[in-house]
Design a protein around this ligand. Structure first.
Ligand code: NDP
Length: 812
């Protein structure tokens, strides 16, 4: 027996176990065997698999492997429940979400214990972080449900939503998915990860007791195949996925061309950057929270420690001392810092990557104490002497392993930080706020934490850049992912199943017969004088008119088969040159002020207006739409340019009210280089409607104009030349639309592709985009470009930007 004096001397902890009694009783109530939760009831258990407690390696329950039939049943339950749920008043849905928040709070300890038993994470984290954030998420989204009609005017629920979540934050990820989906009026089928299904099943019971109508939330357990069945189900309208980039890529490909809306929250290799004036003691605690929180199994874990050279040794010494004192052990022990790794396969992955790090020449350090031998534990691990290109510096380890590199200057720190295909999060540590706020926008990441790390809140969107996925979860940003545009009278212009008719991708006779204005009234318009045919349109790349690489030209015919001009036939090489030019221009254009970009957009409008008649004549000659209609198109194009001139300095971000002493600044950042593949109809307006928002928000573009009517675009570059548009900001490559779009979609240096065409083309673009997980906005649905409600506004601006949330705590 130790005396109190001795305990004060050694400061040793005794065990402080949390009782598992309630959780065991809950499991017992279900005889530790679970079916799915579908249509408000439990299904009979089917083929079962074990759920294992990672800290004991013993099975604690068995759950059912979801089959295609189970998924069918869940989807049809969700579809059946949809009209009534969507038809509720926003206030009624708000009450339901509020009830869910209350339900989570009422059962918070049961959920916290169950989560710790199922996942292996410490009760300290589940009790103080996971579960409170879950409740907060439902509370926050009760608010969005209440405000839906006033804050999302013209938008409505998407329908049946399939949600697939990982094992690292089982209930928290569930809440990130379910709360916004319900608030927007969708119904749900959710699959928890095979390793951690229990809190989702417990939540189903809580939702039931809270009065959520049957079929609104359906939980189907199972492995990857069950997830795939949800992804492929034809009656699922949207997929929301969190997990590995590898599976994200599979899902991107599987949903290509299906019309399913998609949001992906994928992996990361987030930098944790320490400048020499940082408060190193705070940094040490920050590192603990960055990489040893949840055993490092965090998509946004600060897994790459980048330290300014002068303080590296001092920081590493402090870090090693702190690591000596970290405690790894039973997740239910309240005095433990780190619990167990979720499963043997993950433990093996961590071990393998650590071995590889050593083999590749890095120096590995672990504390002197040993981990428990029962269960799947792994000690906190530090690597030094790491090469930026080595495997452990590039690959997501998803375990408690920190790799360290040093840098000399802030520029070098940014280069190192961005030396990854990912872009989920970053931490910046310095006492110099000017430096922090200079660095934050330069890092390619969806979240930047200043002098802090791993801060999350329902009010602040979370999500990645680059191969970390797309879409945001949380806040207003996240709500958009579960809404789609509605059109007055209940008819949706974007998803009523009708396709664009008339002039799609036709050559020769077909092109000659084609007309983008099939209206009989239009064809009665008097013939229009054609512009001379001896002009030689070229491609427009890097601010220069260039001949196409392959030296072919396409003849462009009017509706009566008469020749109206010729356009160059661009190819793969021309696209590559255009991408290079767009990249060269991107840096300065993205940093130009909104005022400056606005001025240029107005100037383009001014110069277009001066040549309005000429453009109208060209449009009428190509499409046969009639001079009045052509003039309307030109006028609408000028007005649209004004719209985006106006938006350029007004598309503000937000300051989120997060529950810290500080602010989270949501900044709308340009996506980068966007491939803009225009609709065939409205050859001028269709193009300007896309180029306008892209430019206003600081992107550079490669434009593939209307295939049958490209001459409005080749005329347009001379307007650009006289309007102070910097070289490379707009590049125009005419030719075979889908062939060129494919090159753009496959190109690793293109960050987004917008495609307005046929369904096959949409599928091709979405499939090809998976290579670098570029953002796509691809649609085959008809759009009336003349109608400002459909042709301009926030929908376009949202597509042109990604939100970066910069968390800035304040106070001493
Ligand atoms: P996965 O991406 O495989 O799993 C995430 C979810 O997707 C699970 O529910 C999984 O089911 C499901 N799933 C798997 N395959 C498919 C498919 N083809 N179609 C639809 N759903 C599918 O992650 P893992 O659990 O395999 O972890 C592997 C690595 O991924 C980790 O080491 C880590 O690097 C990374 N990861 C990243 C996460 C993040 O938050 N960014 C979260 C989890 C992992 P099932 O559980 O049965 O596999």
């Amino acid at each position: 027996m130790s005396t109190v004096a001795e305990i004060f001397q050694t400061m040793e902890y005794g065990p402080a176990p949390e009782s598992d009694k309630e959780a065991v009783a809950w499991l017992g109530k279900h005889e530790r065997v679970f079916g799915h939760y579908i249509g408000g009831a439990w299904t009979e258990p089917g083929q079962l698999f074990d759920v294992v407690n990672p800290s004991t390696s013993r099975a604690i329950a068995r759950v059912t492997e979801g089959t295609k039939r189970d998924v069918d049943a869940a989807v049809s339950a969700a579809a059946g429940a949809l009209p009534a749920w969507k038809g509720l008043t926003p206030h009624a849905r708000a009450r339901h979400l509020y009830a869910l928040a209350r339900g989570v709070q009422k059962h918070s300890r049961l959920l916290a214990v169950l989560e710790a038993m199922d996942n292996g994470k410490s009760i300290r984290e589940t009790r103080d972080i996971d579960i409170p954030l879950v409740a907060r998420h439902f509370h926050h989204h009760a608010g969005w449900a209440q405000l839906l009609d006033s804050e999302f005017v013209g938008y409505e629920a998407i329908g049946v939503v399939g949600q697939i979540i990982p094992w690292n934050f089982p209930l928290l990820m569930l809440s990130w998915k379910i709360a916004p989906a319900l608030a927007a009026g969708n119904t749900i089928i959710l699959k928890p990860a095979e390793f951690t299904p229990l809190s989702a099943l417990c939540f189903a019971e809580i939702a039931d007791a809270a009065g959520i109508p049957p079929g609104v939330i359906n939980i189907v357990t199972g492995h990857g195949e069950t997830g795939a069945a949800i992804v492929e189900h034809p009656d699922v309208d949207k997929i929301a996925f969190t997990g590995s980039t590898e599976v994200g890529r599979i899902i991107r490909r599987a949903t290509a061309g299906s019309g399913k809306k998609l949001s992906l929250e994928l992996g990361g290799k987030s930098p944790f950057i320490v400048y020499e004036d940082a408060d190193l003691d705070s940094v040490v605690e920050g590192v603990v929270d960055a990489i040893w929180f949840n055993q490092g199994q965090v998509c946004c874990a600060g897994s790459r420690l980048l330290v300014q050279e002068g303080v590296a040794e001092r920081l590493l010494a402090k870090l090693r001392a702190r690591m000596e004192r970290l405690r790894v052990g039973s997740p239910l022990d309240k005095a433990v810092d780190m619990g167990a790794i979720v499963a043997p396969v993950q433990l093996e992955r961590i071990r393998g990557l650590v071995r590889q790090g050593v083999d590749e020449g890095a120096t590995m350090w672990q504390p002197s104490w040993a981990c428990p031998t029962e269960g799947y534990f792994y000690p906190p691990t530090l690597f030094t002497d790491v090469q930026p290109s080595s495997t452990i510096a590039q690959v997501e380890i998803f375990g408690p392993v920190l790799v360290t590199m040093t840098f000399r200057t802030p520029e070098e720190s940014v280069a190192l930080a961005n030396n990854t295909p990912y872009g989920l999060a970053a931490s910046v540590w310095t006492e110099n706020i000017n430096l922090a706020l200079d660095i934050a926008p330069k890092i390619k990441a969806g979240v930047v934490w200043v002098n802090s790390t791993n801060l999350f809140d329902a009010a602040s969107g979370f999500g990645g850049y680059r191969e970390s996925g797309f879409g945001r979860e949380g806040g207003r940003e996240g709500m958009w992912e579960y809404l789609r545009r509605a059109v007055a009278g209940g008819r949706r212009a974007t998803d009523d199943g009708r396709r664009t008719t008339g002039d799609h991708v036709m050559r020769g006779n077909a092109a000659r017969r084609s007309s983008s204005r099939p209206s009989p009234a239009a064809s009665r318009q008097p013939p229009v004088a054609h512009p001379p045919i001896d002009r030689t349109p070229k491609l427009f790349i890097g601010g220069k008119q260039t001949r196409p690489d392959q030296g072919y030209t396409r003849r462009i015919y009017g509706p009566g088969g008469e020749l109206v001009g010729e356009s160059p036939e661009g190819n793969r090489k021309d696209i590559r040159n255009a991408v290079e030019a767009a990249h060269a221009a991107a840096k300065s254009w993205s940093r130009s002020t909104g005022h400056n970009r606005g001025q240029i957009l107005y100037y383009i409008a001014e110069n277009l207006s001066a040549r309005g008649e000429e453009f109208a004549g060209r449009i009428a000659a190509m499409t046969g739409c009639g001079s009045r209609q052509a003039a309307r198109e030109v006028d609408a194009s000028i007005s649209r340019l004004f719209t985006y001139g106006a938006w350029a300095d007004k598309y503000d971000g937000a300051v989120h009210s997060v529950p810290i002493r500080g602010v989270a600044i949501a900044m709308n950042e340009p996506i980068g280089v966007i491939g803009v593949v225009c609709a065939n109809e409205y050859p001028l307006l269709g193009m300007i409607s896309l180029v306008g928002p892209a430019l206003a928000t600081g992107n550079t573009t490669i434009v593939i104009p209307s295939e049958p009517h490209p001459l409005a675009a080749t005329d347009f570059y001379s307007v650009l030349e006289t309007s102070d548009v910097p070289s490379g900001v707009v590049n125009i490559v005419t030719g075979a639309k889908d062939g060129l779009a494919k090159v753009l979609a496959e190109h690793d240096d293109v960050e987004a592709v917008w495609y307005f065409g046929e369904r096959e083309g949409v599928k091709m673009v979405e499939l090809a985009s998976a290579s670098n997980m570029k953002r796509t906005w691809a649609t085959w649905h008809e759009r009336d470009w003349l109608d400002p409600e459909q042709g301009e506004g926030r929908e376009f601006l949202r597509a042109a930007t990604q939100v970066k949330n910069v968390w800035v705590p304040y106070g001493e």
